[in-house]
Design a protein around this ligand. Sequence first.
Ligand SMILES: Nc1ncnc2c1ncn2[C@@H]1O[C@H](COP(=O)(O)OP(=O)(O)OP(=O)(O)O)[C@@H](O)[C@H]1O
Length: 354
Amino acid sequence: MTKDAIIQLKDVDVTFHNKGQTVPAVKHVSLDVNRGDIYGVVGYSGAGKSTLVRVINRLQRPTSGQVIVNGQDILAMKAKDLRQARTKIGMIFQHFNLMNARTIADNVDYPLKGGKLTHAQRKEKVAKLLALVGLSEKANDYPAQLSGGQKQRVAIARALANDPEILISDEATSALDPKTTTAILELLKQLNKDLGLTVVLITHEMEAVKEICNKVAVMEDGEIIERGDLVTIFSEPKQKLTQDFINTATQIDQALDKIYKQANALGLDDHHRLVQLKYVGASTDAPLITELFKRYQVVSNILYGNVEILQDTPLGNLVVVMAGEPDQLDQAWQYCRDAGIQVTQLKPNDSEVA
Ligand SMILES: Nc1ncnc2c1ncn2[C@@H]1O[C@H](COP(=O)(O)OP(=O)(O)OP(=O)(O)O)[C@@H](O)[C@H]1O
């Protein structure tokens, strides 16, 4: 437990009982989210992500465990305190959940009703919020007149109406095209930076996590199977599922697919090895390839290369065919490892040999 944690889940279990069936949706999950984090929770459908985040504002009461938000025990709260605490936890969803019969301004104004602000103050607040999400001109339009990305911006403005400290985003970009997704993620990042908003981002797409999160937890079958800061998870994933998510996000699996399909043309034998090289930070591919040739007369043919910048840290991925004498190949391999590069031999039949 860190002292900066704004959300602390301790050994949370959620078990549903449905028509004689028991569904353990969340199992023994402990999670600390620090103030200012953009914490990604990634997993396939049914992994328990939505159930887990609904525990944070007690939309879902856990079967057991503790939930502390802002130092307060959410599970022990009386209704009035819970209502107050919930105003500090905004939420956005995949399908926006806007009220279609009300204007954009009215949608954003809705959470302010019954609060302390006067009519004029509310009007000013709504105008500010719409400006914040770049939709000032749409104030008098109706949701049906907006694009998906614009609707999500309205939902974000509404979620921010009561100046929350936490924003929970439950698959908020899943219904959007890639360009709009990027714009919404950028907006979330901006709000995180400008307002100090803590964001919990639920998604089945590691691409979204890669864009803006500083931390990530991977969920499978109700459990968090791996977690850590973004760069560490991307550079040293331990679990197969995490690796799969990352390979999809970095598009390396598509590249490998193509390479494997043409494997015969690579003429792999004792003198050739198909390898994946992964490196973090300043190392670059060009000097490495030159060095392997100078030292061991190993020729490297690059089939795929990609550098991601994660949290300002470059993360490189290369797929190369190394050609040379077998013992020289071994030495080249060792040289890469000593240089802090992760080397994985790839077998075109898809089985990887470390
Ligand atoms: N109210 C409920 N009653 C019974 N079972 C439920 C209920 N809500 C969720 N579940 C079950 O709990 C498990 C986790 O569901 P959850 O919606 O949390 O997963 P998810 O990772 O968010 O997936 P998705 O992205 O598809 O919503 C699933 O097996 C689901 O069927």
